[in-house]
Write a protein that binds this ligand. Structure first.
Ligand code: VG1
Ligand code: CO
Length: 540
């Protein structure tokens, strides 16, 4: 073992989903090593087994070798790693659980672009397969501020291109097929014969993996196991720079898919996933499904899939996600939960058997089959529902809204704002909250305004300052928070919601339906005077 002296590096604080920085920062002297040593110092490595993999972005392969050496030097017994150091985030979560390991390290900056000058990230998942909770990431951060040395080995790189067992000194390294176990899990949850019969009957799909990690998973499951036509999966080869794409599955960044789905001769179903495979966007022919609606539709129809035929135990959504899923929970007579942003907050509810399906407005849906959101899982559940109901996506949405009413919803992102300006805006807004109830803006009366705090119903831990929410008397809602996943300045996320109960209000364009709520939000937060921004950079 070689022990190397080092010094704390400022700012190695994990955000919403692990530590994310520009790739050159991660490649800087001791940067990756310091963070990895902080992880091992907190969770302990001696005698333990970990899963390791990443989304294949630039530096993924080099970082994997660094982490393997450090795991061995810190006394780990075994590392299970995807071939070529590739694992989607949900597949890594599954391998942690399947092999009952002590956790895993996932190398990804998720939906952020990859490449020598783009983003890289590292996150640690616990033995339940889920992201480390706040208490653990806080301890890791604290460790990075006091670190004085890290442990490594002087060994050659190990060959990760071949499946099989090898070793780094005394540590076993099992190089596994990144897709096989995950595909088997999907086959156990969904009605593959019904979905393949649908494809045989001429059902057409376009799956856009955005040159990111789900390509091999999508080809194996959709084309090979389910018999979708060859060419169904596009952008299916993971590339270190994601082919220059921004692998964030939303209408802005997955524009080619949107154009196809809204064009002449559109396929029946379209889907896209993000860098590390945990997000999904689904679209029908001429029918975009907002993530909040997707969560609600999946929850209302999950019983049609074999893995969920016994029904759901509960539904959890992040606070900024629309309340559409709550209406489904109420009609099913099951519990609904509202958690802070970030998948880590769903872990306890899933582990305790209180929630079966979870979702976020940011194109994330998942269930208790793993402890991460899972893009292909959501896509397959949609396919299972489409096969069972034999209806179009548009028809399923229309029926859903007719039954439950429609929660118009949109998120406006204002990116790369100077951090001090964004902080000042949020501070002023937080300061104004006590005076808001009773105020009337754009014909909307403020009913309540607070800064969301969450008490975990399972372990009682409290998370404060999770986002400002302003509720209006008619059920409309505004939420504002700053992103915890960006790597440049601050990103303001403005979440907007309005409920329409009757069939009258069901067919508006969301931006039009939300117009008064949008104006009220700008007036309340004084976005322009604080940041100089009038319009958002990305609308989802
Ligand atoms: C964003 C989303 C959040 C999601 C997180 C990680 O966080 O809003 O819902 O859980 O990304 O997603 P933030 O703090 O930037 O709003 V992913 O696909 O990175 O794992
Ligand atoms: Co992701």
């Amino acid at each position: 073992m070689t022990t190397i002296s080092t010094q704390p590096i400022a700012g190695q604080k994990p955000g919403t989903s692990g530590l994310r920085k520009k790739t050159p920062v991660f490649m800087g002297k001791h940067y990756l090593e310091n963070f990895v040593q902080a992880i091992f110092d907190v969770v302990g490595a001696a005698g333990k087994t970990f899963v390791l993999g990443g989304d294949g972005r630039y530096f993924n392969d080099t970082a994997a070798q660094v982490i393997l050496r450090m795991a061995a030097a810190n006394g780990a017994a075994r590392v299970i790693i995807g071939q070529g150091a590739i694992l989607s985030t949900p597949a890594a979560s599954h391998l942690i659980r399947l092999n009952k390991t002590d956790g895993g390290i996932i190398m990804s900056a998720s939906h952020n672009p990859g490449g020598p000058n783009e983003d890289f990230g590292v996150k640690f998942n616990m033995s339940n397969g889920g992201p480390a909770p706040e208490g653990v990431t806080e301890a890791m951060y604290k460790r990075t501020t006091e670190i004085a040395q890290y442990h490594t080995l002087e060994t050659a790189d190990i060959d990760l291109s071949k499946i099989g067992r090898t070793a780094v000194r005394d540590m076993i390294v099992d190089v596994v097929d990144p897709v096989a176990d995950y595909a088997t899990l999907m086959e156990s949850l969904f009605d593959f014969p019904a979905i393949s019969a649908m494809f045989r009957g001429g059902f057409r799909m376009r799956m856009d993996s955005m040159c990111a990690v789900t390509g091999p998973y999508a080809v194996e499951i959709l084309e090979k196991r389910l018999g979708a036509a060859a060419g169904t999966c596009v952008n299916a080869t993971p590339l270190p720079d994601f082919g220059g794409m921004h692998p964030d599955p939303n209408p802005t960044w997955a524009k080619a898919l949107m154009d196809e789905m809204f064009g002449a001769n559109a396929p029946d179903f379209g889907a896209a996933s993000d860098g590390d495979g945990d997000r999904n966007m689904v679209v029908g022919a001429g029918a975009y499904v907002s993530p909040s609606d997707s969560l609600a539709v999946l929850a209302a129809n999950a019983h049609l899939a074999p893995g969920y035929k016994a029904g759901l135990k509960g539904i959890a959504r992040s606070m900024p996600t629309s309340a559409a899923a709550d209406r489904v929970a109420a009609s099913l007579g099951i519990e609904s939960y509202e958690t802070p942003t970030g998948w880590k907050f769903f872990g306890n509810l899933l582990d305790a058997g209180r929630a079966t399906i979870c979702g976020e407005e940011s194109f994330g849906t998942g269930s208790d089959h793993v402890r991460e959101k899972d893009g292909l899982w959501a896509i397959l559940l949609w396919l299972n529902i489409l096969a069972a109901r034999n209806q179009s996506v548009a028809a399923i949405l229309a029926e859903h809204w007719a039954k439950f009413g429609r929660n118009y919803y949109s998120r406006h992102d204002f990116e790369a704002i100077a951090s001090d300006k964004a902080d000042a805006m949020m501070a002023a807004l937080r300061g104004s909250l006590p005076g808001l109830p009773g105020k009337v803006l754009e014909g909307l009366t403020v009913q309540a305004a607070d800064d969301f705090a969450y008490t975990d119903p399972v372990d009682g831990s409290v998370s404060k300052a999770q986002g400002v929410r302003i509720l209006f008397a008619d059920g409309s809602r505004i939420v504002l928070r700053l992103s915890g996943t960006g790597t440049e300045g601050a990103t303001l996320r403005l979440y907007l919601e309005r409920y329409a109960a009757g069939p009258d209000g069901l067919d508006l364009d969301p931006q039009a339906a939300l117009a008064p709520v949008i104006r009220a939000a700008h007036a309340l937060a004084q976005i322009e005077s604080h940041t100089g921004r009038v319009a958002p950079d990305v609308i989802t």
